[in-house]
Ligand binder design. Structure first.
Ligand SMILES: *[C@@H]1O[C@H](CO)[C@@H](O)[C@H](O)[C@H]1NC(C)=O
Ligand SMILES: *[C@@H]1O[C@H](CO)[C@@H](O)[C@H](O)[C@H]1NC(C)=O
Ligand SMILES: *[C@@H]1O[C@H](CO)[C@@H](O)[C@H](O)[C@H]1NC(C)=O
Ligand SMILES: *[C@@H]1O[C@H](CO)[C@@H](O)[C@H](O)[C@H]1NC(C)=O
Ligand SMILES: *[C@@H]1O[C@H](CO)[C@@H](O)[C@H](O)[C@H]1NC(C)=O
Length: 542
């Protein structure tokens, strides 16, 4: 479940809240982030910010105890980056301190998130009174030690194939499940065998303790936070462990929180078909010029997609074109998971998805293949399999699980896959397992979209019950987390919450007027490269 992600331009400074919102086609390819040598910063228990990556950002490394109950277990190092508040730099009394973010995952890099185009957009939304602070959770990316050391190198990782194939829990693929299950048992033993003791410490409760350390190192008592996707598990866990240390916390795109700690993922995909329905409806309404997969009726578009599914199930499609870097075989499971991923970011991907489906219909799978990404991976596994209740599914119980999931949604396999990934995991520390609930020192702001493929509105409503006083803000859009769609209304509420502490009136719904299928003039081949880039750069939950 890696999360969220968005590398779209929100195109929205607070100053320009009233102007036209997003211009996705304006988003040009993300410039590659310059590199930075993190080893050049000595880890410390105080925050010594130095300029890094660009003049606009600063980095530091914080030492934290590997085990908060056992100093002899040594230290881990957390990598942090911030876009500093101009008011803070100027020593203004209006400075309001750091807002921490987590982009999801587990395993998403907060550092990369802040450095991406979305980082400066989020900084604009929260406002100049605040520093925007991203951190790589323990074990992730630039924080050390690293979970990624389960495999010795990328070649080993790719050869083992953790990714595309291990994510396949389609009912049609169940005959080959025993072999994939066996590979997951190897994976679990490999992780255990190569672990030097660190993997039992990467659980979310410890990441929450690290956030408390980051807050304390700023000389503050209370957290200000915006968490997306898995970042809602992290924020809710923090709120449960440290209820008196909440100044502001936004949970945006809420996972089934109790389900997370029970290694139970099926409830997360209950709105996925609704998100797909917005593709059918949006395409039908947009007309053939804006949507390449157009038919006059949404139901007719669905039928054409179903026919494609059937065709690829019978005969996987070769995918190669000299125009594109990725090539391979598009089979049924990959087609399914590629469409699922596109639902995370409808405003970036739908026109290109429509083009790709039309090409596939005409016998060319190459564009669709560019939108595919590997799923799973050792970092999410190490966190979510250890956080969750131990599962020891056999191929038979997994198959049954996959069938149950498929009854909940046509994308049921995408949730059932987490059980496959965790089926061989052996590292189960005695860590926090819930329940998630607390009376917090300031009420939480909970944000949910009406058609989010992986964090359904029902889970957001559940979170409101778990935290008395919290308020749900509903954003009436498809896509994963509020940043999937540009909503001036949502950003105004976020800004008000951080600055004034005020919550929306219960029942508030924010609309978005941007069309899912913009007119062709803004939807040329530029939007294709935006969509591909977006998907590649995204870090996805589940
Ligand atoms: C952390 O230290 C405490 C106290 O020594 C110990 O009981 C606990 O098992 C340790 N946690 C892990 C995950 O090793
Ligand atoms: C929150 O406060 C209410 C009312 O005082 C109380 O009934 C409830 O048990 C508290 N919940 C937690 C988790 O402390
Ligand atoms: C915050 O409160 C002030 C004073 O009540 C109000 O004028 C303002 O609109 C509120 N919101 C923001 C974003 O400043
Ligand atoms: C949002 O859209 C709905 C349905 O189109 C409409 O009833 C409602 O008034 C809109 N809300 C706002 C705040 O514009
Ligand atoms: C994109 O547009 C350019 C010029 O308009 C054209 O040369 C190129 O072939 C197009 N690429 C694709 C993938 O359609």
């Amino acid at each position: 479940m890696k999360s969220t992600l968005l590398f779209l331009q929100l195109a929205l400074g607070v100053a320009s809240l009233a102007s036209d919102l997003p211009v996705f086609s304006r988003y040009s390819r993300r410039q590659d982030v310059p590199t930075f040598d993190w080893d050049s910063i000595a880890p410390s228990t105080t925050l010594n910010w130095i300029t890094c990556y660009s003049e606009a950002t600063q980095c530091t490394r914080l030492s934290v105890p590997v085990n908060y109950s056992d100093p002899s277990a040594g230290d881990a190092t957390i990598a942090l980056v911030r876009i500093p508040s101009p008011l803070g730099l100027a020593g203004s009394p209006s400075y309001r301190g750091p807002v921490l973010i987590n982009p999801g995952g587990p395993g998403g890099s907060g550092v990369e998130y802040v450095l991406s185009p979305i980082g400066s957009d989020i900084a604009s939304v929260i406002g100049e009174e605040f520093d925007l602070v991203g951190f790589d959770p323990r074990g992730v990316a630039n924080s050390t030690p690293r979970i990624l050391s389960i495999f010795n190198n990328d070649v080993e990782r790719v050869e083992f194939g953790l990714g595309y194939d291990d994510w396949n829990m389609e009912v049609s693929s169940l005959p080959t499940l025993p072999g994939r299950w066996a590979r997951m048992q190897v994976f679990g033993r490999l992780a255990q065998g190569r672990d030097n003791g660190f993997l039992s410490h990467v659980t979310t409760d410890n990441v929450a303790r690290d956030m408390m350390s980051i807050v304390s190192a700023h000389g503050r008592e209370k957290l200000q936070y915006w968490g997306f996707s898995y970042g809602t598990v992290l924020g809710a866990t923090f709120a449960t462990l440290f209820p008196d240390n909440i100044e502001r916390a936004i949970l945006d795109g809420v996972l089934d929180l109790d389900g997370y700690y029970a290694t139970e993922w099926i409830n997360n995909i209950v709105d996925a078909d609704k998100a797909l329905q917005t593709f059918f409806a949006g395409c039908a309404a947009a007309g053939p010029d804006s949507c390449a997969f157009h038919s006059p009726q949404p139901s007719a578009i669905k039928q054409r997609l179903d026919a494609l599914y059937k065709r690829v199930l019978r005969q996987p499609a070769p995918a190669y074109s000299p125009s594109f870097p990725q090539y391979g075989v598009l089979d049924y499971a990959l087609l399914k998971s590629t469409i699922f991923i596109a639902l995370y970011a409808p405003y970036q991907t739908f026109p290109t998805l429509a083009q790709a489906l039309k090409l596939l219909e005409d016998g060319d799978a190459s564009l669709l293949y560019q939108l595919a990404i590997p799923r799973g991976g050792e970092t999410p596994a190490a966190v979510e399999c250890a956080d969750g209740k131990p599962v020891s599914d056999s191929p038979a119980t997994l198959a049954e699980y996959a069938k149950q999931a498929s009854l909940k949604s046509s994308f049921g396999s995408q949730a059932a896959s987490v059980r496959l990934l965790c089926s061989g995991w052996k590292i189960h520390p005695n860590s926090f397992k819930g329940p998630i609930t607390a009376n917090t020192s300031h009420p939480l702001l909970i944000i949910g979209n009406t058609a989010d493929p992986i964090t359904p509105l029902a889970a957001a409503k559940q979170a409101v019950k778990a935290f008395p006083g919290s308020v749900l803000l509903t954003q009436d859009t498809p896509g994963h987390t509020s940043v999937a769609a540009p909503s001036e209304c949502t950003y105004r509420h976020v800004r008000n919450y951080f600055l004034n502490g005020t919550l929306p009136i219960a029942g508030t719904i924010c609309n978005v007027t941007t069309p899912l299928f913009p007119p062709r003039s803004t939807n040329g081949n530029d939007s294709t490269s935006v969509a591909i880039e977006y998907v590649k750069r995204g870090m996805f939950i589940v």
